[in-house]
Design a protein around this ligand. Sequence first.
Ligand code: GDP
Length: 432
Amino acid sequence: LPVLAIVGRPNVGKSTLVNRIIGRREAVVEDVPGVTRDRVTYDANWRGRRFTVVDTGGWDPEATGMNLRIAEQAQVAVELADVILFVVDATVGITDADQEVGNVLRQSGKPVILAANKVDNQQLELETHAMWSLGLGEPFPVSALHGRSSGDLLDEVLDKLPETPAETFGAERGPHRVALLGKPNVGKSSLLNKLAGEERVLVDPMAGTTRDPVDELIELGGKTWRFVDTAGIRRRDRELQGADFYAAMRTRAALEKAEVAIVLIDASEPLTEQDLRIIGLVIESGRAMVVAFNKWDLVDEDRRYYLEKEIDRQLVRTPWALRVNISALTGRHVDRLVPAIETALDSWATRVPTSRLNAFLTELVQQTPPPVRSGKQPKILFATQASTEPPKFVLFTSGWLEETYRRFIERRIREEFGFAGSPIEVTMKIRE
Ligand code: GDP
C-alpha cells in the first residue's frame, strides 16, 4: 500500500489528525513528548482507496532507545513515505524546528502537503498565509478538533498518492497471477495441460494484441488462477523460445505481470546455466517463487536422495524458495503445487506489525549485539516494514552494521515471522 507519513512537532495535533484520517477514536493519545504508543502505522481507507498512515511522532523513545531530533524524524518520513503530511500549529506559527523540517522536506522532492492545524477561526486562517514562506506550497488550513476541512485534506492526500500495483490489483484484483517459467522442453506445456485438464481452460485473450491467447484462467484447488503469458508456452516455435535474448525478455515480461513464479526444472538432467539464469530473473523481480522439479518419474529411486542434496547445494542462494518434485506426465505430486503457491503468496503479502518487529529485534540485539566497528557499538534504533509484496524491512541504525550481521538479522526475521516462498529485503539507514 502507498504510505502517507505525518510529520510535525509534538503538540501540533498530529494524533488527532491521524484519528480523523483513519476514522477511529481508539488511537487518540495526548500528543506530548515521551508518550508511549505501541503503534505507529495505521491502515486508512478514504473514498475506497487504501493506504498506510505512519505517524512519525509516535515512536516510543523508551522501547527503542531513540530520541530522534525532529529533522531526523522528517528524514525518516521521507525515506518511508510516498506522500508527506507536514502539520504545523497555526496558533504558534512557524518555529525554527518547523523551518528545519521544511528544509528537509523541500530537498527530498517528495510530494508534501502542508497542513496548518488548529485553524479554529477566521483570523487564524488569514495568518496561515505566512506559511507560504516554508516553500512547500499552499498551506492547508484545518482544525483537527472540529474536523474542519479534514475531508478536503484527505482528497488532497489521495490526489498525491501514487497508484501502486498492490492497490490497483487490490481485494478486487481478481485471480492470483502465476508465471510458469522454465527452459524449453522442461515440461511447461505438459504441466499446463495437466493442471488445466484441457477442457477447463478458459482462454482469456484480454491483454492479447495478437490472435494468440496470452493468459489462461485455470481452476485449481477451488480457486481460479491466471497463468500469464501462456502463448509462448503453447507455441511450438522452439527456436525462438530457445534464443537467450528473447527467452529472458519473455521471462521478465511474465514476471512483471505475475505475483508468483513457478520455475520448472528438469530433474532428469543436471541443473543448467539457463535454469539458474531464470531463477536469477525471479530473484531480481522480487516475486514469490516455487521451484518445481519435473520429470521426477525419470529419476531412479536410489538417486533421489543424492539429487535432493545436490539441489540444496545448487540453490544455496534461494534457500527460501519452496520446492516440489513432480511429474507432469504421470501427475505425481502435481497437487502439491497449489498449496506451495498459496504459502508463497501469503508470505509475500505478510506485514509484520511495527511493535512486534521492534520487540523482536530489541531482544535479538540484546542477546547478540552487532560487532563493534571502529571502536563504536552500532545500535539498531528502530525498524519498520516499509512494504509488502515483497516484504522490505528498514533498520534505522546509529552506525554501520557488518554485512554478516545484517544477513544474520535477515535470517532471524525470516525464522521468526515465516517467509517461506518469498524473498525479503533488509536494508539499513544510518542516523548519525
Ligand atoms: P515445454 O517446452 O517446457 O513446454 O515442454 P513440453 O511440455 O513440451 O515437454 C517437453 C517433453 O518432455 C515432452 O516430450 C514431454 O512429454 C516431456 N515431459 C514433460 N513432463 C514430463 C515428465 O514429468 N516426465 C517425463 N518423463 N517426461 C515429461
